[in-house]
Write a protein that binds this ligand. Structure first.
Ligand code: SAH
Length: 392
């Protein structure tokens, strides 16, 4: 793979993507996913990476050391290293689930592995990860003997690569329909087969703890509740009544199971299947107020072109939520759109605060936990940001 003149700059800064427009010449006829050498026009070798013929990101780098061989041993070292980095989580007996491998951030582009106790859920998002599928599974079994490996390669990024979706058991005993896992003092049922992502929003684990410092009394509204992660956390913190809203009936069915699993009295929870945008307005019309509101919407922006519409969406829900808070109440608000920067998100919140007529203080920034840590050389790995705000 020979680069156009001057197009090696990002690689020299250890950024792992080579865009198709940066390539002057493809040497030979590499198979999709095969390991290719990337060199400058002058013939200087720079890196090894995986060839993705259909994607705009034509090569994803495995190694910036030209004399490294990408083989089984290399995979063993990388997978071991990713596991080592999670030791603070792995050594806790009260945290069963965390992200074991976070793609580019762990130097393994296109590979996601989430751990739910003895079950590893694998996502292969690129041709390169697909190419090494068997090696990856074998090395995971070596590093984590006795585990089950279940594949959830059913995401849009596969489509962009020209890869078909695939899911199912790869190794080990078939997992039960629902896995039960511990997250600090809470337990959750997780559906790894049908659930969002690999079944659970592991990226919010530490934020579910953080909010307990603030939202520890009175009534709460948990918007975009999914399977009730924040609902359980709010109850544990001391909220006496929690309303949870989500548009997905199946997610809320599991949320109700999770409420029962945690010994929460069903009378303390109101569950609504519906659209958050509509319900926030409805509550305003009804004059309903809450002590705390959580806003954890899905990704609103998938492309640059969607940023203005996404910004309006964020402003809308935050504005309405601010209006619904009792004086001194807390708004916990997130954006998981990577394309909406932390800076833009804060500006959107400022706009919402202005229009709501309320005074809003930023109290604590929230972001990604250790297992979703952002590699400084790959800022694209940063997507989740949030704020605990106090509204007076
Ligand atoms: N807070 C959750 C994760 C939320 S993911 C947790 O910690 O587990 C976003 C959720 O928003 C999904 O469950 C999805 O079903 C729901 N959703 C998407 N659009 C919605 C809308 N307009 N109204 C209500 N829920 C919506």
């Amino acid at each position: 793979m020979i680069l156009k003149p001057g197009r090696e700059k990002s690689l020299l800064r250890q950024h792992p993507w080579v865009f198709s427009g940066a390539i002057a010449q493809v040497v030979g006829q590499p198979a999709p996913g095969a390991t290719v050498r990337i060199e400058t026009q002058a013939g200087r070798p720079l890196a090894w990476g995986a060839w993705s013929p259909q994607s705009q990101i034509a090569v994803r780098v495995w190694s910036f050391t030209p004399d490294t061989e990408i083989d089984r041993d290399w995979w063993r070292r990388q997978i071991h290293r990713a596991g080592q980095r999670r030791q603070p989580l792995a050594r806790r007996s009260d945290v069963h689930a965390y992200r074991l491998i976070y793609g580019e951030a762990d130097g393994l582009p296109g590979l996601i592995v989430d751990r739910y106790g003895e079950v590893l859920v694998l996502q292969l998002l690129s041709w390169g990860a697909e190419f090494w599928r068997e090696t990856i599974s074998e090395v995971l079994l070596e590093c984590y003997p006795g585990v089950t490996i279940y594949e959830r390669s059913d995401t849009d990024s596969r489509t962009k690569e020209g890869l078909p979706w695939r899911s199912g058991l790869i190794a080990g005993p078939a997992p039960p329909p629902l896995l039960c896992m511990q997250e600090y003092q809470a337990q959750f049922w997780v559906d790894i087969r049908q659930g969002h992502k690999t079944g659970f929003y592991l990226d919010q684990r530490e934020n579910r703890q953080a909010i307990q410092r603030y939202c520890n009394y009175g009534t709460a509204l948990n918007c975009f509740a999914y399977t009730g992660g924040f609902t359980v956390s709010l109850h544990r913190a001391g909220c006496t009544h929690i309303t949870q809203i989500d548009s997905s009936e199946s997610a809320l069915a599991l949320a109700l199971k999770n409420i029962a699993l945690n010994g929460i009295d069903a009378g303390a929870i109101t569950t609504i299947t519906g659209d958050v945008f509509q319900w926030l307005r409805r509550y305003r019309d009804q004059g309903m107020m809450f002590d705390h509101i959580i806003l954890d919407p899905p990704k609103f922006a998938d492309s640059q072109a969607q940023i203005p519409k996404a910004s309006r969406g964020y402003k809308d829900i935050n504005l309405w939520a601010m209006k619904l808070l009792k004086p001194g109440g807390f708004l916990v608000t997130f954006s998981c759109s990577g394309l909406v920067s932390a800076d833009l998100f804060q500006k959107i919140l400022a706009g919402a605060a202005l229009d709501s007529g309320r005074t809003v203080h930023l109290v604590e920034p929230l972001g990604q936990p250790l297992d979703h840590g952002v590699n400084l050389h790959v800022p694209e790995g940063a997507y989740l940001k949030g704020w605990v705000c106090q509204v007076t």
